[in-house]
Ligand binder design. Structure first.
Ligand code: ADP
Ligand code: MG
Length: 377
């Protein structure tokens, strides 16, 4: 990809790039629906990235070429946001950097990537992080802290793309390291790295390629349930409490709210347990907890769907070490921790059984935990 993007840059802008930067998509091993509850998440950046070749052009204009879209766009840094969605991510990153008193001058850039779009691996965060990192390096001598680069990406989504996301995706994309997951406390944004070196196992995502649109915004309903449970427990955010305190409010809140809280507080404990297991290289224990998470998301939090539950069942039947739905729910991927020797049989079974039942082939996405934002050359 490095050579290809340099070549395209040369063709489009009639000069070699000054530098090439990259940033990655992400997975989340465990810790689902905990961000807005002030709990932990455990993401890692993956070996699927966006790569950009860049050169300052001495003007106040940004000239972009998106190789994968085969589209170009030009905007002045003082002008309104461009219409192309993909260009708004770059525009937003420029603006948010300037808001933080970062220097942004005109530049030419060509970029491309292999993070699947909209599959739940956060291609948009990879794009934002790549440009935020590049601008910080090219124009600001890396004076802006890396955690702030993540916020630049998050604010870009909020202010220029209409996506009210949390910080996890950008944080993982910017801060990710090969062989490590990042445990982030979503209330304080404190974080630490946890080793992830599953020798003899592979991580593979099976993509249902469905996204069920549901009425009555289930996300807001879940949030409201969690808020009511937190209030009953006398805490600001649900994860400020713990699973052993939950029985004290049994019968004092609606059964449905109780179930939601039961999932959240059990999940918070599971993230801690997974981190302990990872430190011992005990991937069998990690896998069991992943199945528990899936069960909780499906039976208690009720954000799964038929396709995801089906894939989870297939994984279990095949003897896959760990499997769960990943992301907000109602579609998207399952994340699977599979022994090397079982990989081919599992992928074949998941693909053929899923197709027989749902009439289309699921996607298969192999991932390795790799470095996040960095300068390639
Ligand atoms: P995801 O879950 O993958 O982040 P989003 O809808 O949030 O899905 O972001 C996808 C958008 O990000 C695309 O519509 C496009 O605007 C932009 N994008 C992602 N990857 C690329 C790419 N390789 N080239 C151009 N734009 C991209
Ligand atoms: Mg996105």
């Amino acid at each position: 990809m490095k050579r290809q993007i340099a070549t395209v840059f040369n063709e489009k802008f009639a000069a070699p790039p000054a530098a090439i930067y990259s940033s990655a998509g992400r997975i989340n091993l465990i810790g689902e629906h905990l961000d807005y509850n002030g709990g932990y998440v455990l993401p890692g950046s993956i070996d699927k990235c966006i790569m950009a070749a860049i050169k300052p052009n001495g003007t106040d204009k940004v000239r972009l070429h998106a190789v994968d879209m085969n589209e170009s766009c030009e905007f002045a840094l003082s002008a309104d946001a461009p219409v192309q969605q993909w260009a708004r991510y770059v525009y937003g990153v420029c603006k948010e950097t300037m808001k933080r008193n970062g220097l942004v001058q005109g530049f030419d850039a060509a970029f491309m990537g292999n993070v699947p779009l909209g599959a739940g691996l956060s291609s948009s965060a990879a794009l934002e992080s790549c440009f935020a990192f590049a601008i910080n390096d090219l124009f600001n001598g890396n004076a802006i802290a890396k955690t702030e680069l993540a916020k630049i990406g998050q604010d870009t989504e909020h202010n220029y793309c209409g996506v009210n996301c949390g910080i996890m995706d950008q944080f993982a994309s910017v801060m990710g390291l090969e062989g490590k997951l990042i445990r982030i406390n979503c209330e304080t944004l404190e974080y630490d790295y946890v080793p992830f070196n599953p020798k003899g196992y592979r991580l593979v995502l099976i993509d249902t390629k469905v996204k069920h649109e549901l009425v009555n915004s289930p996300y807001n309903q879940r949030r409201n349930s969690c808020e009511r449970a937190a209030k009953a427990l006398g805490v600001k955010l649900l994860c400020n409490s713990s699973i052993d305190k939950l029985p004290s409010i049994k019968g004092k809140i609606a059964d449905e709210d109780y179930k939601r809280a039961e999932y959240v507080l059990a999940e918070q404990k599971r993230v801690i347990d997974v981190c302990e297991s990872l430190k011992r290289d005990d991937y069998e224990a990690v896998g069991k907890l992943m199945y528990e998470t899936h069960h909780g998301l499906s039976a208690l939090y009720e954000v799964s769907c038929e396709e995801l539950d089906f894939l989870n069942d297939v994984a279990r039947e095949c003897g896959v070490t760990g499997s769960r739905m990943m992301g907000g729910g109602f579609g998207g991927c399952t994340i699977n921790l599979v022994k090397d020797g079982l990989y081919d049989a599992f992928v074949e079974a998941a693909t053929s059984k899923f197709e027989a039942k749902f009439g289309h082939k699921p996607g298969v996405i192999d991932v390795k935990i790799s470095d996040g934002a960095h300068k390639v050359c």
